[in-house]
Design a binder for this molecule. Structure first.
Ligand code: NIG
Ligand code: FE
Length: 413
């Protein structure tokens, strides 16, 4: 049996313990543990505190994993919104947008999501899994230890099942936790002859039971937007999903406001995007249990404004930050770069930034066992070669973790 491990010392151990799950956080609420250590057993944290005290307490009962100083240790990151199971490129969309076309114009002209659907349909399960694994590995090197991945580039019963199977196959090849989400409602497929509502009904009737039978996903997402589904179309679909026991999430208020209110009303786990949210929606999200997921990578990819993260936090919202990595609006896939650029633009404290990619992102995935370093939580953590945790946001993603640990095991160095 594996012995307990004492890991440290860390110049700063940033546990993020006892920070609030919602609302603004001041940086002086982050209490770095100087010369800290972690004791890990069976994938979990069993003790945390000052390294010298832990060394005295455990003596030779533990295996010692010595970390070279300077080092900063903090919780593994959770990227709670990605679309990395896709094939092909949309470099041409990016060039067209930079030459003046809008995201919605490109979508309406048959480009956008639909062009990725065509490439993704041509890929086999194995090819798609390989592409997904390759992108997930890039995120692991950035310190991501829990990763949400959506389907949504299949847009037929068979093709959505294929993508979700590819996500499962990729999960078997990765050392981190993968949370799959069904986004069959990404847009009405151009080759479906009925109405948008008929498409959603067909998905609910035929795909939901397969998700359950094959254990492919317990989360249902929908893109509510002019180029995708209306609020009126989304409501019965989401209600049905909820009735069938799925967690529901909504791509809301990206260009057109309105869907975040629907998300809150239906008890969605999260409302994601929110770039176009109104003051009333911000107030509502500030009181709601629904997590506000902001996606600065989409603003950077599209060259438009950021979601109002500061106002959401001040209204009391639980704000998570994710990459939205996808071939269209957010091709970059760099979580810390995006979060720190957002923090500079929106005036987020370092504590709010870190909360957004750790324990607040865990809530967006209904996970309570991770996101801070605390006794009983999973031993998922990152170690950086610096003596000041503020360097991580300050260097805007160019300072990389020297080690990434998942479930008490070193998975990258
Ligand atoms: O979150 N908004 C909808 N879905 C993605 C974009 C998908 C795409 O353009 O391929 C997003 O930004
Ligand atoms: Fe998205």
């Amino acid at each position: 049996m594996m012995k307990k491990q004492l890991i440290g010392p860390f110049t700063q151990l940033i546990a993020l313990q006892s920070l609030p799950l919602r609302g603004a956080i001041q940086d002086d609420q982050v209490k770095p543990i100087r010369q800290g250590g972690l004791v890990v057993e069976h994938a979990r944290i069993v003790d945390i505190g000052e390294y010298d005290q832990l060394r005295q307490r455990y003596g030779s009962d533990v295996e010692h994993v010595t970390i070279q100083n300077p080092s900063v240790c903090l919780p593994g990151y959770i990227d709670c919104h990605t679309h990395i199971a896709f094939a092909g490129s949309r470099a041409n969309d990016y060039a067209l947008r930079n030459a003046g076309a809008s995201y919605l114009e490109i979508a309406e002209a048959g480009g956008g999501i639909w062009s990725t659907v065509r490439h993704t349909r041509d890929a086999t399960v194995e090819e798609l899994a390989a592409l997904t694994v390759q992108r997930a590995k890039q995120l692991i090197q950035q310190g991501v230890t829990t990763l949400e991945i959506k389907s949504g580039y299949g847009l037929s019963l068979e093709e959505e099942i294929k993508i979700l199977r590819a996500i499962r196959l990729s999960a078997q090849q990765l050392p981190i936790d993968i949370i799959p989400t069904c986004l069959a409602a990404h847009m009405k497929p151009s080759d479906f002859s009925g109405s948008a509502s008929a498409y959603l009904q067909a998905i609910a009737d035929k795909l939901f039971p397969v998700l359950r039978d094959e254990n492919l996903s317990d989360r249902i997402d929908i893109f509510v937007e002019r180029s995708a589904f209306s609020i009126e179309e989304a409501e019965p679909y989401l209600s049905l999903a909820k009735e069938r026991g799925f967690d529901i999430v909504v791509h809301a208020d990206q260009f057109t406001p309105g869907a975040s209110e629907l998300a809150v009303r239906l008890g969605a786990v999260s409302a994601d995007h929110l770039e176009a949210s109104t003051e009333a929606a911000i107030r509502l999200l500030g009181q709601a249990d629904t997590v506000s997921v902001v996606l600065p990578g989409a603003s950077m990819g599209l060259g438009c404004g950021y979601a109002p993260a500061r106002r959401l936090l001040d209204a009391g919202a639980c704000v998570a930050i994710a990459t939205d990595w996808n071939p269209g609006s957010a091709p970059m896939g760099q979580l810390m770069t995006q979060a720190s650029v957002l923090a500079a633009a929106e005036k987020l404290t370092t504590a709010e930034l870190l909360a957004g990619i750790t324990f607040r992102a865990a809530k967006a995935l209904s996970l309570t066992d991770r996101g801070m370093l605390e006794v009983g939580k999973l031993a998922d953590f990152n170690i950086y070669p610096t003596d000041n945790y503020q360097d991580i946001a300050y260097l805007q993603g160019t300072l990389k973790p020297q080690q990434v640990w998942k479930n008490g095991r070193l998975i990258f160095e």
